[in-house]
Structures are given as structure tokens and as C-alpha cells.
Ligand binder design. Sequence first.
Ligand code: ADP
Length: 913
Amino acid sequence: MMTAEARTEERGLSDWTRQFDVIVWAADAVTLQLMHVSPNAAGILGYPLEQWWTEADFLARHLHPEDLDDALELFLDSTRHRTERSGVLRFLDANGQALPFLTKVLTLEHGEGHAPELRCLMVRLGRNTRASRECEHSRSLQRTERERDALLRKEHEARERAEALARQLAAGESRFRSIFESHLIGLVLTDNHGRVLHANDAFLRIVGYSREDLEAGRINFMDITPPEFHAVTLRALEEIEARGMASTFEKEYVRKDGRRVPVMLGSVRLPASNQNATFVLDLTERKEAEAERERFFRLAPDMFCIADMDGFYKRVNPAFTRILGWSEEELRARPLLDFIHPEDRGRGEETLAALKRGTADPGLTVRVECRDGGWRWLNWTSVPVPETGLIYASARDVTRQRKAEEQLVLAEQRLRTVINSGPIVLAVLDADGRFVVSEGKGLQSLGLSPGQVVGQSALEMYANEPHVQEFLLRGLRGETFSTIVQTAGLTFEVFYQPVLDEAGRVSTLSIASLDVTERVRVEAEREELIRQLMHERSILQAVLQQLPHSVYIAEAPTGKLFLANAQAEAQIRGPTTPARNTEEYRGYPGFHADGRPYEPHEWPLPRAMASGVPVMAEAVHVIRGDGSWGIIEYSATPVRDAQGHITHGVVVGVDVTARKEAERERERLLEELKLAVSARDEFLGIASHELKTPLTPLALKLEALARAAGAEPESSLARRLAPHVEVMRRQVKRLACLVNDLLDVSNIGAGRLALTLDPQQCDLAALVRDVAGRFDTEVKRAGCEVRLHAPAPVEGTWDSSRLEQVVTNLLANAVKYGPGHPVMLSVETVDGRARLTVSDRGIGIAPENLQRIWGKFERAVSERHYGGLGLGLYISRQIVEALGGTVKVESTLGQGATFIVELPLQGGAARSA
Ligand code: ADP
């Protein structure tokens, strides 16, 4: 029997369940067939009550599909362990909207033969409660389902039709009392002061007090409320006062044992008893789950974040700061698009816009800036929750994969580039020799395009080229080899690589051909070039070794000698010890002309290499291997490379010992000759003086003798003497001439000729006529004839006696060397100068003697045929030049000679001045 009090309470509870969105139901724990449902369920979810227990699988059909698994697990778990379980489940209302409920289930045993009963309490979570938010966060992550809309609308219509019926069925409230007696929910009746009057066991278990404590009045709502929840609790009391109920809110109680317990409360005024009925739900389990979720959020290696629709981060987990380096504050300070790489930002904007429209993002991979300036590739999965204006997103750092992908793409591109740019042909044949693949730029040179021959038989294609066919057959038989193939005028290097199947049979043959036509040509050219170079080199070496001079080659700048030819040893009459550096040149016995030894850097080779300027023919005195002295002229030159850097030095040595000795000998002889000549001149000077001395009295005595004989011309003595006197006169005159010439030579040698010049006014024409007249006898005797051409006097200031001497010499020579021929003399003034020409038709002078005959004692005829000292022309030239004039000869051998004298009219005066 139910007491009046109990009935009142039951009614109150029924009110309470009506006012709060609380649904209670009971179902068969095995089939989940509903047995009881609280009537307000129809109002909360919008399905007529009738539908709740008539529709098969009502629960499964109206739970949010995403929560179905969670719900079944919750129910099963509770049944299996016979314990109370709670969780947040979403139910779809008749409008298709998902409503979250804090759902507590408990399984009750009804003994043998009875199925256990599942009892459930569902408290609708308001939008503003934290539990609801958390639920939304976690549930909406995958929510995209909208397809039930149509179905739900239909159900809504059905609901309205069944509404009336539902109200009638709602009468059976008393059935639900049993639910409140269960352990599902704490229930408390309090007075206006918060004193607990009645409480069920569930409440006592939540707060840890005993029924004795309750009955002794030891439980006061305010006492078991921690101070920080006083305010919210008082607000709820005020709300009850004002509105008769307080909406659900969360707080904590302090249990008797001092521990805290999180709870959810809702209160209603029971007007009949003027008491407040409060339901209390234990949230411990859910809080733990929340804490766990929070822990997961904080510790997860992946990045999780919540952002608002304006594109700002609201919350990020520590993985964010760990991976990107930014602090949570820094991330929240700027729009999240700001962190995206400019090139990827467009895609980021599109995704954000789609999320704002409520579309879930299919996945976005963008570069996100790190605090250190670097970029990381993040793969995002985001879900918008338009109701809360939030976006939930997770991100995975895929930088490494991305890099690897990029590398792969690059490698592939490179491979493609190689295949498409190089002279390569890649082909694969099947076991029958048919082309499966034919690629590569090298195909162009064969006049084929990639893939063109695929399907064709390679063996048929090369039917006319048996050697190619043979190679293909070898490859198809399973042989791996490479070879050079000539086809279509091209040369290919071909690699055959058969691929075997599991049974060891050739399944395909890979062929890589490299067009090496150009390479082969270039190589052949290069070989030819090398051959030529080697040939030239061998010639060069032979030349070097056979050269009559020594050759050394050294490295610059060390001075290390690395080549010395055979002649080098011969030259120094000993082995050549190759110096390893310039310093070691000290070992070579070389000396300057003054006997000072060569310092290493003084040798021509190091000097040329250091200065870059060749050193030419430097005579070095050396002590040879056999101890003898020698002189070697070394010429060194630097050798430069293409850039102009000195890399080597070459030195050539010429042994000049013998030449130098000959030179010295010649110098000695020359010196001796000079001494002999000066001794001769000295002797001639003395001799001519001494000869002249007796000559004058001899001439006077001869004249006296002639005069005496002339006094008695008819005497026999005079007649006998007469021809002798004439001969003696001629000979004395000739002797006098010779002595005079000698004296002149001696004077000229001593530089005294000029002093004797005595200029005076005279007529050259008259002078020549006079001399010719005096020569009459000699001219006749020689069978000659003098033809003088002197149309006018040629006046000038000259030393006439010396001029006479010149004319005499030239005329005498013309007669002497041209007997039997006429002699032409001409005197005239040409261009203001006096010109005398003496021309004969005698023996003439050979061209090689034309210069020589002007020298002292120089003659161009044999002494046996022509007498003379060879002084006439020499003295004549000295006189003419002393008078400021010139004399020259023109002659052809055997055809006579012409001597031309030209004098300035004031010659003698000019000289004497
Ligand atoms: P010389 O007549 O005493 O030998 P010169 O000095 O007068 O000495 O002449 C030198 C040389 O010039 C002669 O020996 C002769 O060979 C040559 N010579 C001079 N005059 C003539 C000439 N008119 N015809 C040919 N040869 C000449």
C-alpha cells in the first residue's frame, strides 16, 4: 500500500519528470523491447508513446547512428556486470535533431526464468551545460548524417496523429516509482532552509551518509556544499522561490568522508508539502571520462584544436606547440590562415569557407609556419559544428612523407628527363620477342616515336640484320650481356637483361640501348689525335736527344729538374744529377768569368722561371766531370700554360769552349798583326826618309851629269851617255815617286797629311791639261792617246800640288792598265762642284775588288804583270777626302774603268778652316 506521503511524493516526481527533460524507461535487457516509458518522453522527443513500445527496435532506430555502438556497449556492460553504467547518448527527435542525454542504466534481476530488466534514466543535457558541450564536441566530430530527414518528418506527422492516444496512455505514472527506488538517481526532499527531510538510498550513497545521519538531521544541503558552490546553490534556491523550479546545474558535494563528488542537480517545488524535491545524479564516472579525454587531448601525439568560424584558434593541444614551436597565446593571437604558407593559403581559405557552410572537410594538406621560420606539412581533418560555431580539427605532421614524396617525384622526373633527353632507347620484349615497351629519345635517330613498335616482333623487325637478331635470341634465351650494335648507320651500346619467372623461364627481356655514334666518332678522333701527339712526341724526343746541345727541363717554381737529354752528359763529361729543387743547384760547379761560383738562384733557369723573362746565351764556366774546364752558354726560357702561368722552364746549353778559345787566338793574332803593321809603318817612315835623303843629291848629280854631257853633245861620251841618262832620269823620277808615296803613307798613318794641304786658287782644267802634257812620253810609249774634254776653266781653291798628285795617279793607272787604248779625260762643273773623270778601256776591275783597291797596299792585279805598291788609289782618296770631295770607280772586268772625282769649289779652304 502506498502511503499518502508516498503518493504525494510520486505525484511530485511525476511533475518533476515532466518539468525537467527527464525520460525514464524500462526494457527487456536481452531484446531491448521497451516495457515502460515515462509519458513526457513523447513531449521531449516528439514520438507518440504508442510508437515507443510498439515499434520494434525503437531504441536502436532513434538513437543517433553514431552513438549506437556506444549505447549497445553501455547496455551490455550494465547487463553483464549487473552494475550501474552511465554515458552521454544522442537521440534523434521527430524533427531529426540530435538531443544529448545523460543516460544512466541499471540491470535488475527478476529471478529464475525471467529476463533481466534494463532500467534507464535519460536527463536531457541543456545547451549551456558543460556536459552537453563536451558531448557535442566529441559526437559532432563525425556527424555528417542528414539523410534521415525525410523519414523523421514522416514520423513527426504520425506523432501528431497519435498524440491524443498518447496522453491517455500517460496515466500509468505509478509504475515509475520503482525506478526512483532503484539506485539510478539520488532523490532528496528538503525544506526551505536546505535541510534534508527525506532522501533515497541512492542519494545517501552519493554523499556517503547513513540513514541514521539523515534521521538525526545531520545532513544540510548547504553544509555539504563546498564554499565555491554556495553562490550557485543559493541562486538555484532563489529560482525555486521565484519560479517553482530550478534548471539543472552542476556542482560538487563534500561527502562525509571528505572526498568531493561531482553531481548534477535539478529541483522543483512540491506545492502540496511546501518542500523542494531535488534529483541528484552522480557525475563521477563521467567526470573521469572527461578527465581521461582531457588527458588524451593533452598527451596525444597528434595535433588537436578547436577554432571558431572567424578562423581563430580557441584551443590547441600541447602537440601544437611542440611541433610548431608557437605558444598557445601566439597561435590564438592571429587568424589561423596567417600561419599557412602563402602558396597554400587559397586552399586553406576555401576549406574554411566550406566549414563555415557546415560541410565537413575531406582533408587538407598545407604548409604551416613554425616559430623558427621553417615550414611543416600538416594534414588536417576538420569538422564544423554550426550550432556551437566551432570547428574541431586534428592535424598530422606529414612533412617527412611529403619530403619523401617530393624526392620520389624528383627522382621520377630525373629518370624521365634522362630517358627523354639522352640518346637512350629502352625496350622490353616479351618471351616471344614482341615489343612491350619502347621509349626514349634515342628512338628519334631510328626514325621511331615512343611506343610505335609496341606489339611488333623485334625478330621480324631485324630479319635483315642477322647479327642483331642473334643478340636478341641470346637475350631471349636468358643470357645477360652487353655489346656494340651497328644498325641504320648508327652505333649503339646495348645491354640485354632477361627477367626470369619463378620457373626460371625468360618472361621478358629488358634492352637498354645507348646511341654512342657520336661518342664512338669522338673517341676515334681522340685516338687519332693521341696517336699523332705520340708520334710528334717521339719526334720531339728524338730531336731532343739528338740535339748537339744540352737541354734541361725543370718544374716551376720548385726548380726540380726532370729531363736532361743525352747531350747534357756529354757536355759536362759526367752524369747529370737531377736537382730536386733550386737549392740543390748549389751542387753544380759553375763559375762567373771572374771565378765567383754561381749561387743557386743565379743560374739562368731559376732566373728565367722567377722573372718570366728569357735569359739569352749566358756564358758559364764549368768544371767538367773529367776535371777539365769548359764554357757553356746557357739560354733559359720560361714555359707558360694556357692561362699564362709559368709551369716549367727549359734551358739549352751550347758548349762554346772551342769557339771561345778560337776567339782568343784570333784576338791574339790580330794584336800581333797590329804590332807587325805598326812596325812596318814605322819602318816605312824611317825607310822613306832614309831613301829620300840620298835621292835628292842623286837626282842633282844626274842632272849635273846630263848637263855636262849636253855641253858637248857630239862627244862620244855624251853620245854613249845620252840614252842611259834618259833611263836614269826616268828611274830616278820613278824612285822619287815611290819614295814620296811611301812618305805620304807614313804621313797619313801619322795623321800628318792634312797639315801639308796648302789651298790656293787654281783652274782644274788647266791643271789636268798640264799633267796630261807631261805624260806625253809615257802615253805614247804605251800606245795610248789622251783625249781631254775641258770646255771651260774650272776654278777653285785647292792645294794644286796635291791635286796634281791625284790626277797623275789616275792617269798613270789608266795608261798602265789600259795600254793600246785611248784615255778620256774630262773636267767640268756639275751642280756647283768640280768633276774630273778619267776613263780607260783597259783590263777593268772585278766587282769583288771595287772596294778593296782603295786600301793601303791593296792591289787587284798580279805583281808579275804589273809593278806597283798599291798605294796610288789609297793616297788619292785621302787627298780628295781631305779636300772635302769624293772619288769612286765604275768598272766591268775586261772593259775598262772610269774614276770620277768630285770636289767642292772651295774644298781646300773649307778643310783648312
Ligand atoms: P798600283 O797601281 O801601284 O798597284 P794603285 O793604288 O794605283 O796601285 O792601284 C791599286 C790597284 O787598282 C791596282 O793594283 C789595280 O789592280 C787597280 N787599278 C787601278 N787603276 C786601275 C785601272 N785604271 N784599270 C784597272 N785596274 C786599276
